[in-house]
Each structure stands twice: as structure tokens, then as C-alpha cells.
Design a protein around this ligand. Structure first.
Ligand code: C2E
Ligand code: CA
Ligand code: CA
Ligand code: CA
Length: 283
């Protein structure tokens, strides 16, 4: 048994060492990626859920970052956002993403007319909210791209939204610019319906884990219903994340969610592909 345990530890240690090397490698590569323009954005539609069951395709899009790694191919944000936060690169990445997304959004506004999305959502990490000067940089990027303040939505996660005074001030600074705020992944972190009123957010995004179970679990349907009611009473609107089936769409619609996002409508698409999606007049 002793030999076995030792062996298991050796395997574990090797695994940890490999992970550390992988992270170290990615960290070095990430520095170059920013300079070489290997990061790019894809866009997922956030549709309006209309009363008659149809969708509003022009409600908005969410920008999601991707990395075209020269050797590994496409790398997703779950693999490198954490690393970027740890090594101080998240600010530069966040600004690059915001600038690229605002430039694309401005182009759609010029070229697509009534089919252009009305809202651009961009994710903001906790580390970015801790940095001073964030509001000034956001404001400068918006101005450079002719962005109307009300058409930008920055998304924060609830664990960070629940934190101290500094973050609250930073959020209020963004609100003062006219930027909309959304609480991402609602239901997964520490804050709850009872603390929603403490946050200066306009929108609550109900986490995919609730939507996945909504069509089969009455319990989750009730939680969605309660979230929509509380959000509404606070003047906030709601987005259901990760809708994959028509049944899930029907449930969240019936419970009053204003908007929906998920593979049912579209996976995240390249800038060119989402233009096609936006001008398609299917229901
Ligand atoms: P998120 O903000 O909650 O974004 C939604 C994620 O769910 C995206 O994954 C999207 O591709 C995925 N998704 C959307 N609809 C469905 C669905 O119907 N089913 C399933 N299974 N998944 C769906 P992605 O692009 O891998 O992003 C993961 C997370 O990485 C994001 O979660 C966000 O927290 C973070 N992230 C992405 N882009 C950025 C960025 O530019 N900056 C920062 N700070 N974080 C980002
Ligand atoms: Ca988000
Ligand atoms: Ca989310
Ligand atoms: Ca998420």
C-alpha cells in the first residue's frame, strides 16, 4: 500500500509540475499574444424574448475573447483569463477586447441599419475593477469609437460585485459614464436575491445551470420566477443564459425573462458570421 501511495504521489507531482509548466508557458505566450494581435473577439446574440414567442434579433450581442495560439490553435477564455489575472495582463487584454468590440459594434451601426444590435455586452474581470483609471480608459475607448454610453453593457460576476467600497465606487463611476452594468452568472456565487438591491446593476443574467434544469425541475423554474420578480421590482431586467432547447426558451419566457442567450439561437460567431445572422429575417 505504501508503494502504491508513493507512486500515486509521484503521478500527482508530475501532473502538478506539468500544469505549472503549461501555465508558465501560456503566461509567456500571452504577453506576445497581446502584441502580435493573436487575441480576437467572437460574438453571441442576446435576443429579446417577445410575448408572442418570437425573438428580437437586434437586441444585443456579447463579445467573448478568443486566442489564436500559433501552436495550439484556438484557446478559450477559461484557459487563459485566470492566468492573465494572476500575471497582471488582464487590464491590457480587457482594453484590447473592449476596443475591438466597440469598433465592430460601430461598424454594424453604420452598415446594418435596423438590423444592427442595440447593445454591446463586454465582460469585466475582478482584477480590472481593482485597477485605478478604469473609468477613464473605458470612457476614452468609447469616445474613440463614437459609442453612445447607453449602448455598452459591462458584465461583472456576483462574487466580485459583493465586495467592498472601492469596487462599489468603481461601479458607480462606470454608471456615471452612462454605461449599463449586468450581474453575470447570477445564482452561482455568494450574493442572493436579498442583496440584489445593494448593487448598481441594470440587468441580472441568470446562470446557465438554472436554465439547463428549468424545463425538468419545478424547483429551478420557481427560482427563475422569483429572480425575475425581484429584479423587476428593483427596475432591473433579466437575461436567461445558456438556452439550448425550445422547452427551456418557453419556460424562461413564461417566467418573464426579458432576453435570452444560448446555442438555441446561436453559438458565438465571428464578426463576419454574426453580420449574416443579424440580417437573416428568420423568426
Ligand atoms: P460568460 O460571460 O458567462 O459567457 C457565456 C459563456 O457560455 C461563453 O463561454 C459561451 O460560449 C457559453 N455559452 C453560451 N450559450 C451557451 C449554451 O447554450 N450552452 C453552453 N454549454 N454554453 C453556452 P466562453 O466564450 O468559453 O466564455 C467563458 C467565460 O469566460 C465567460 O462566461 C466569461 O466569464 C469569460 N470571458 C469571456 N470573454 C471574456 C473577456 O473578454 N474578458 C473577461 N474578463 N472574461 C471573459
Ligand atoms: Ca458574460
Ligand atoms: Ca454568464
Ligand atoms: Ca459563465
Amino acid at each position: 500500500a505504501k508503494a502504491d501511495g508513493g507512486n500515486q504521489f509521484a503521478v500527482f507531482a508530475r501532473h502538478m509540475r506539468e500544469r505549472a509548466i503549461l501555465r508558465g508557458g501560456l503566461q509567456a505566450d500571452l504577453r506576445n499574444a497581446i502584441e502580435r494581435g493573436e487575441l480576437y473577439t467572437v460574438y453571441q446574440p442576446v435576443v429579446g424574448l417577445l410575448d408572442d414567442g418570437r425573438i428580437d434579433r437586434a437586441a444585443g450581442v456579447e463579445a467573448l475573447v478568443r486566442w489564436r495560439h500559433p501552436l495550439r490553435g484556438e484557446v478559450g477564455p477559461s484557459e487563459f483569463i485566470g492566468i492573465a489575472e494572476d500575471c497582471g495582463l488582464i487590464g491590457a487584454i480587457g482594453e484590447q477586447v473592449l476596443a475591438m468590440a466597440c469598433a465592430d459594434f460601430a461598424r454594424w451601426r453604420r452598415q446594418l441599419g435596423a438590423n444592427a444590435p442595440r447593445l454591446l455586452a463586454v465582460n469585466l474581470s475582478r482584477a480590472q475593477l481593482n485597477q485605478s483609471g478604469l473609468c477613464e480608459r473605458v470612457s476614452a475607448i468609447m469616445a474613440a469609437n463614437g459609442m453612445e454610453p447607453g449602448s455598452l453593457q459591462l458584465e461583472i460576476t456576483e462574487s466580485l460585485a459583493a465586495q467592498g467600497r472601492d469596487i462599489q465606487d468603481q461601479l458607480l463611476g462606470l454608471k456615471a459614464l452612462g454605461v449599463k452594468l449586468a450581474l453575470d452568472d447570477f445564482g452561482t456565487g455568494y450574493s442572493s436575491l436579498s442583496s440584489l438591491h445593494l448593487l448598481p446593476v441594470d440587468t441580472v443574467k441568470i446562470d446557465r445551470s438554472f436554465i439547463t434544469l428549468a424545463a425538468t425541475s419545478r424547483h429551478h423554474e420557481v427560482l427563475i420566477e422569483a429572480t425575475v420578480k425581484v429584479a423587476r421590482s428593483l427596475g432591473m431586467n433579466t437575461v436567461a443564459e445558456g438556452i439550448e432547447t425550445p422547452q427551456q426558451a418557453a419556460v424562461v419566457s413564461a417566467q418573464g425573462c426579458d432576453k435570452g442567450q444560448g446555442y438555441l439561437y446561436s453559438r458565438p460567431l465571428s464578426g463576419a458570421a454574426i453580420e449574416q445572422w443579424l440580417i437573416t429575417s428568420a423568426p
